[in-house]
Design a protein around this ligand. Sequence first.
Ligand code: MLT
Ligand code: MN
Ligand code: ZN
Length: 306
Amino acid sequence: MRITVLGSAAGGGFPQWNCNCRNCAGVRSGAVRARSRTQSSIFVRGDAAVDGVLFNASPDILEQIRSNPALQPARAVRDTAIAGVVLMDGQVDHATGLFMLRERGSPLPLWCTDPVEQDLSQGNPVLRVLGHYCGVRRERIVPDGTPFEVSGADGLTLRAVALDSKAAPYSPHRDAPVPGDNIGVLIADRASGRSAFYAPGLGGIMPALFDLMAGADAVLVDGTFWTDDEMIRLGLSKKTARDIGHLPQSGTGGMIEWLDRLPARTRRLLIHVNNTNPILDEDSAERAQLARHRIEVCEDGMTITI
Ligand code: MLT
Ligand code: MN
Ligand code: ZN
Protein backbone atom coordinates (compact mmCIF):
# COMPACT_ATOMS: atom_id res chain seq x y z
CA MET A 1 0.00 0.00 0.00
CA ARG A 2 1.00 3.61 -0.43
CA ILE A 3 0.44 6.12 2.37
CA THR A 4 0.69 9.79 1.52
CA VAL A 5 1.14 12.07 4.50
CA LEU A 6 -1.05 15.05 3.61
CA GLY A 7 -0.50 16.78 6.93
CA SER A 8 1.71 15.95 9.88
CA ALA A 9 1.02 18.69 12.47
CA ALA A 10 -1.39 18.72 15.40
CA GLY A 11 -4.24 21.21 15.71
CA GLY A 12 -3.08 24.70 14.71
CA GLY A 13 -0.49 23.45 12.23
CA PHE A 14 3.12 24.62 12.17
CA PRO A 15 3.84 27.47 12.47
CA GLN A 16 0.61 28.24 14.30
CA TRP A 17 -0.91 31.58 13.23
CA ASN A 18 -0.67 33.31 16.62
CA CYS A 19 2.34 31.53 18.10
CA ASN A 20 5.83 32.83 18.73
CA CYS A 21 7.27 29.86 20.59
CA ARG A 22 10.87 28.99 19.69
CA ASN A 23 9.77 26.67 16.89
CA CYS A 24 7.10 28.90 15.35
CA ALA A 25 9.20 32.07 15.48
CA GLY A 26 12.27 30.11 14.36
CA VAL A 27 10.69 28.51 11.30
CA ARG A 28 9.31 31.90 10.22
CA SER A 29 12.66 33.67 10.55
CA GLY A 30 14.77 30.75 9.36
CA ALA A 31 16.66 30.58 12.67
CA VAL A 32 15.38 27.04 13.30
CA ARG A 33 15.88 24.31 10.68
CA ALA A 34 12.34 22.94 10.45
CA ARG A 35 9.62 22.38 7.85
CA SER A 36 6.19 23.92 8.05
CA ARG A 37 3.36 21.44 8.37
CA THR A 38 -0.40 21.31 7.85
CA GLN A 39 -2.87 19.58 10.19
CA SER A 40 -2.75 15.81 10.29
CA SER A 41 -4.30 13.64 7.63
CA ILE A 42 -3.20 10.71 5.47
CA PHE A 43 -4.38 9.26 2.14
CA VAL A 44 -3.96 5.52 1.63
CA ARG A 45 -4.23 3.47 -1.58
CA GLY A 46 -3.77 -0.20 -2.32
CA ASP A 47 -0.72 -0.99 -4.47
CA ALA A 48 -2.59 -1.01 -7.78
CA ALA A 49 -5.39 1.43 -6.93
CA VAL A 50 -6.00 5.03 -7.98
CA ASP A 51 -8.73 5.65 -5.43
CA GLY A 52 -8.14 5.40 -1.72
CA VAL A 53 -9.22 6.38 1.76
CA LEU A 54 -8.78 9.80 3.31
CA PHE A 55 -8.13 9.50 7.04
CA ASN A 56 -9.36 12.71 8.65
CA ALA A 57 -10.44 15.85 6.85
CA SER A 58 -8.17 18.62 8.04
CA PRO A 59 -9.09 22.30 7.69
CA ASP A 60 -6.03 22.42 5.38
CA ILE A 61 -7.47 19.84 2.98
CA LEU A 62 -7.73 22.09 -0.08
CA GLU A 63 -4.03 23.00 0.17
CA GLN A 64 -3.22 19.32 0.79
CA ILE A 65 -5.11 18.20 -2.33
CA ARG A 66 -3.40 20.89 -4.43
CA SER A 67 0.01 19.74 -3.20
CA ASN A 68 -0.71 16.07 -3.94
CA PRO A 69 -1.90 15.71 -7.57
CA ALA A 70 -2.61 11.96 -7.12
CA LEU A 71 -5.75 13.00 -5.22
CA GLN A 72 -7.08 14.57 -8.43
CA PRO A 73 -6.88 11.88 -11.17
CA ALA A 74 -8.97 14.02 -13.62
CA ARG A 75 -10.97 11.19 -15.23
CA ALA A 76 -14.08 13.39 -15.55
CA VAL A 77 -15.02 17.04 -15.39
CA ARG A 78 -15.57 16.58 -11.65
CA ASP A 79 -13.39 13.91 -10.04
CA THR A 80 -11.55 12.85 -6.90
CA ALA A 81 -9.43 9.91 -5.79
CA ILE A 82 -11.08 10.08 -2.35
CA ALA A 83 -13.36 7.02 -2.26
CA GLY A 84 -14.40 7.75 1.32
CA VAL A 85 -13.38 9.55 4.50
CA VAL A 86 -12.60 7.81 7.79
CA LEU A 87 -12.55 9.97 10.94
CA MET A 88 -10.32 9.12 13.87
CA ASP A 89 -12.14 11.58 16.14
CA GLY A 90 -14.46 14.57 15.90
CA GLN A 91 -11.90 17.27 16.70
CA VAL A 92 -11.69 20.51 14.72
CA ASP A 93 -8.32 19.59 13.18
CA HIS A 94 -9.68 16.27 11.85
CA ALA A 95 -13.27 17.01 10.89
CA THR A 96 -13.82 20.58 9.74
CA GLY A 97 -12.18 19.92 6.36
CA LEU A 98 -15.42 18.08 5.54
CA PHE A 99 -16.94 21.49 4.81
CA MET A 100 -14.42 21.91 1.99
CA LEU A 101 -15.72 18.78 0.21
CA ARG A 102 -19.27 20.17 -0.08
CA GLU A 103 -19.18 20.62 -3.88
CA ARG A 104 -19.49 16.86 -4.45
CA GLY A 105 -22.31 15.75 -6.73
CA SER A 106 -23.27 12.87 -4.45
CA PRO A 107 -23.36 12.31 -0.68
CA LEU A 108 -19.90 11.96 0.86
CA PRO A 109 -19.18 8.44 2.14
CA LEU A 110 -18.12 9.09 5.72
CA TRP A 111 -16.99 6.42 8.17
CA CYS A 112 -17.09 7.30 11.87
CA THR A 113 -18.10 5.90 15.25
CA ASP A 114 -21.42 6.69 16.93
CA PRO A 115 -19.93 9.17 19.46
CA VAL A 116 -18.15 11.07 16.66
CA GLU A 117 -21.34 11.10 14.56
CA GLN A 118 -23.16 12.55 17.60
CA ASP A 119 -20.52 15.22 18.26
CA LEU A 120 -20.58 16.24 14.58
CA SER A 121 -24.38 16.44 14.61
CA GLN A 122 -24.79 18.27 17.95
CA GLY A 123 -21.74 19.94 19.55
CA ASN A 124 -20.29 20.94 16.17
CA PRO A 125 -23.03 20.12 13.67
CA VAL A 126 -20.81 19.74 10.58
CA LEU A 127 -22.91 16.84 9.28
CA ARG A 128 -26.17 18.78 9.57
CA VAL A 129 -24.65 21.71 7.72
CA LEU A 130 -23.33 19.41 4.97
CA GLY A 131 -26.89 18.14 4.59
CA HIS A 132 -27.60 21.47 2.89
CA TYR A 133 -24.85 20.77 0.31
CA CYS A 134 -23.77 17.32 -0.92
CA GLY A 135 -24.99 15.45 2.15
CA VAL A 136 -23.22 12.62 3.89
CA ARG A 137 -23.66 8.88 3.51
CA ARG A 138 -22.63 7.91 7.01
CA GLU A 139 -21.24 4.42 7.56
CA ARG A 140 -20.91 3.16 11.13
CA ILE A 141 -17.53 2.21 12.57
CA VAL A 142 -17.77 -0.17 15.50
CA PRO A 143 -14.37 0.14 17.22
CA ASP A 144 -14.04 -3.52 18.17
CA GLY A 145 -11.66 -4.74 15.49
CA THR A 146 -14.36 -5.92 13.06
CA PRO A 147 -12.96 -5.74 9.50
CA PHE A 148 -14.60 -3.32 7.06
CA GLU A 149 -13.93 -1.97 3.59
CA VAL A 150 -14.45 1.47 2.09
CA SER A 151 -16.22 0.91 -1.20
CA GLY A 152 -14.02 2.06 -4.10
CA ALA A 153 -10.74 1.83 -2.15
CA ASP A 154 -9.72 -1.43 -3.75
CA GLY A 155 -7.61 -3.92 -1.88
CA LEU A 156 -7.78 -2.37 1.60
CA THR A 157 -9.31 -3.86 4.72
CA LEU A 158 -9.62 -1.69 7.84
CA ARG A 159 -10.05 -2.56 11.51
CA ALA A 160 -10.79 0.12 14.10
CA VAL A 161 -10.04 -0.02 17.80
CA ALA A 162 -11.14 2.33 20.57
CA LEU A 163 -8.30 4.37 22.07
CA ASP A 164 -7.70 5.99 25.38
CA SER A 165 -7.73 9.69 24.41
CA LYS A 166 -10.17 12.63 24.55
CA ALA A 167 -13.29 13.84 22.74
CA ALA A 168 -13.40 17.40 21.40
CA PRO A 169 -14.02 20.24 23.91
CA TYR A 170 -17.55 20.74 22.48
CA SER A 171 -18.46 17.10 23.06
CA PRO A 172 -21.09 16.52 25.75
CA HIS A 173 -18.76 13.80 27.13
CA ARG A 174 -15.42 15.64 26.93
CA ASP A 175 -14.73 14.75 30.57
CA ALA A 176 -16.41 11.34 30.55
CA PRO A 177 -14.78 9.50 27.63
CA VAL A 178 -16.75 6.78 25.84
CA PRO A 179 -15.29 4.07 23.57
CA GLY A 180 -15.16 5.44 20.05
CA ASP A 181 -14.37 9.09 20.89
CA ASN A 182 -10.95 8.32 19.39
CA ILE A 183 -9.95 5.35 17.32
CA GLY A 184 -6.85 3.82 15.82
CA VAL A 185 -7.11 1.96 12.52
CA LEU A 186 -5.16 -1.03 11.25
CA ILE A 187 -5.02 -0.70 7.46
CA ALA A 188 -4.20 -3.92 5.60
CA ASP A 189 -3.46 -4.44 1.92
CA ARG A 190 -5.08 -7.78 1.07
CA ALA A 191 -2.82 -8.47 -1.92
CA SER A 192 0.50 -7.98 -0.13
CA GLY A 193 -0.70 -8.95 3.35
CA ARG A 194 1.08 -5.88 4.71
CA SER A 195 -0.40 -3.43 7.16
CA ALA A 196 -0.03 -0.08 8.87
CA PHE A 197 -1.49 1.18 12.14
CA TYR A 198 -2.63 4.80 12.28
CA ALA A 199 -3.42 6.62 15.54
CA PRO A 200 -2.74 10.38 15.52
CA GLY A 201 -4.32 10.84 18.97
CA LEU A 202 -3.32 8.25 21.52
CA GLY A 203 -3.36 8.84 25.27
CA GLY A 204 -2.16 5.47 26.50
CA ILE A 205 -1.19 2.01 25.29
CA MET A 206 -2.89 -1.13 26.65
CA PRO A 207 -1.57 -4.66 26.03
CA ALA A 208 -4.19 -5.48 23.34
CA LEU A 209 -3.35 -2.28 21.50
CA PHE A 210 0.36 -2.96 21.71
CA ASP A 211 -0.18 -6.44 20.20
CA LEU A 212 -2.05 -4.86 17.29
CA MET A 213 0.80 -2.37 16.75
CA ALA A 214 3.38 -5.15 16.96
CA GLY A 215 1.64 -7.01 14.12
CA ALA A 216 1.81 -4.04 11.73
CA ASP A 217 4.65 -3.34 9.29
CA ALA A 218 4.50 0.37 10.13
CA VAL A 219 2.96 2.46 12.88
CA LEU A 220 2.05 6.13 12.48
CA VAL A 221 1.25 7.28 15.99
CA ASP A 222 0.68 10.31 18.20
CA GLY A 223 3.68 12.65 18.04
CA THR A 224 1.97 15.64 19.69
CA PHE A 225 4.22 16.38 22.67
CA TRP A 226 7.75 15.59 23.79
CA THR A 227 7.07 16.11 27.52
CA ASP A 228 3.91 15.78 29.57
CA ASP A 229 4.19 19.37 30.87
CA GLU A 230 5.33 20.95 27.58
CA MET A 231 2.44 23.42 27.30
CA ILE A 232 2.51 24.26 31.02
CA ARG A 233 6.25 25.03 30.99
CA LEU A 234 5.80 27.36 28.03
CA GLY A 235 2.94 29.11 29.86
CA LEU A 236 0.55 28.18 27.03
CA SER A 237 -1.86 25.93 28.93
CA LYS A 238 -2.64 24.55 32.38
CA LYS A 239 -3.10 21.02 31.07
CA THR A 240 -0.65 18.19 30.64
CA ALA A 241 -0.31 16.18 27.43
CA ARG A 242 -2.02 13.22 29.14
CA ASP A 243 -4.87 15.52 30.35
CA ILE A 244 -5.78 16.21 26.73
CA GLY A 245 -5.34 12.64 25.55
CA HIS A 246 -1.79 12.56 24.18
CA LEU A 247 0.99 10.25 25.36
CA PRO A 248 4.26 12.24 25.40
CA GLN A 249 7.33 10.79 23.72
CA SER A 250 9.87 11.17 26.54
CA GLY A 251 9.92 9.82 30.07
CA THR A 252 8.79 6.67 31.83
CA GLY A 253 5.95 4.96 30.00
CA GLY A 254 6.31 7.44 27.12
CA MET A 255 5.95 6.70 23.42
CA ILE A 256 9.68 6.08 22.86
CA GLU A 257 9.66 3.27 25.43
CA TRP A 258 6.64 1.65 23.75
CA LEU A 259 8.07 1.95 20.24
CA ASP A 260 11.35 0.42 21.44
CA ARG A 261 9.46 -2.78 22.28
CA LEU A 262 8.12 -3.26 18.75
CA PRO A 263 9.73 -5.91 16.52
CA ALA A 264 12.89 -4.67 14.80
CA ARG A 265 11.23 -4.76 11.35
CA THR A 266 8.43 -2.32 12.29
CA ARG A 267 8.75 1.14 10.79
CA ARG A 268 7.98 3.74 13.50
CA LEU A 269 6.70 7.19 12.58
CA LEU A 270 5.33 10.07 14.61
CA ILE A 271 2.48 12.17 13.22
CA HIS A 272 0.22 14.96 14.63
CA VAL A 273 3.23 16.89 15.98
CA ASN A 274 2.41 20.00 18.00
CA ASN A 275 4.16 23.24 17.04
CA THR A 276 5.82 23.39 20.48
CA ASN A 277 7.48 19.97 20.16
CA PRO A 278 11.31 20.25 20.02
CA ILE A 279 11.48 17.31 17.55
CA LEU A 280 10.37 19.73 14.81
CA ASP A 281 13.82 21.32 15.03
CA GLU A 282 15.91 19.01 12.84
CA ASP A 283 19.06 20.02 14.73
CA SER A 284 17.64 19.38 18.21
CA ALA A 285 18.95 16.85 20.73
CA GLU A 286 15.42 15.43 20.93
CA ARG A 287 15.37 14.78 17.19
CA ALA A 288 18.75 13.05 17.45
CA GLN A 289 17.40 10.94 20.29
CA LEU A 290 14.49 9.80 18.08
CA ALA A 291 16.95 8.89 15.33
CA ARG A 292 18.91 6.71 17.77
CA HIS A 293 15.66 4.86 18.48
CA ARG A 294 14.95 4.58 14.71
CA ILE A 295 11.83 6.73 15.04
CA GLU A 296 10.94 8.93 12.07
CA VAL A 297 9.00 12.21 12.14
CA CYS A 298 6.35 12.50 9.42
CA GLU A 299 6.59 15.40 6.98
CA ASP A 300 3.90 16.76 4.71
CA GLY A 301 4.04 15.19 1.26
CA MET A 302 6.02 12.12 2.27
CA THR A 303 5.02 8.77 0.82
CA ILE A 304 5.38 5.59 2.83
CA THR A 305 5.28 2.46 0.73
CA ILE A 306 4.63 -0.68 2.69
C1 MLT B 1 -5.86 17.61 19.85
O1 MLT B 1 -5.66 16.56 19.27
O2 MLT B 1 -5.82 17.70 21.09
C2 MLT B 1 -6.17 18.77 18.94
O3 MLT B 1 -5.12 18.95 18.03
C3 MLT B 1 -6.88 19.88 19.47
C4 MLT B 1 -7.35 20.87 18.43
O4 MLT B 1 -7.49 20.57 17.25
O5 MLT B 1 -7.58 22.01 18.82
MN1 MN C 1 -5.69 16.97 17.11
ZN1 ZN D 1 4.41 27.56 18.43
